[in-house]
Design a protein around this ligand. Structure first.
Ligand code: ZN
Length: 64
């Protein structure tokens, strides 16, 4: 029983981490780029969720 409980806890932590990334992406989206005057927008970057600058294309965050 203890093993099953610890596995369940681990899965919940993984799910929490995913929603944390989602929050991170939402928080970054709409902010100004650190390298130019562009705005960070959510995009697919090499088939991953990412936030990139719409001017210079610099990725500010990416979920691997
Ligand atoms: Zn930029």
């Amino acid at each position: 029983m203890e093993l099953i409980n610890s596995m369940t806890n681990e899965m919940q932590q993984l799910n929490g981490g995913k929603s944390g990334h989602e929050q991170l992406l939402r928080g970054l989206s709409g902010q100004s780029c650190a390298y130019c005057d562009g705005t960070l927008t959510r995009e697919q970057f090499q088939s991953d969720e990412a936030v990139v600058c719409d001017e210079c294309g610099t990725p500010a965050a990416r979920i691997w």
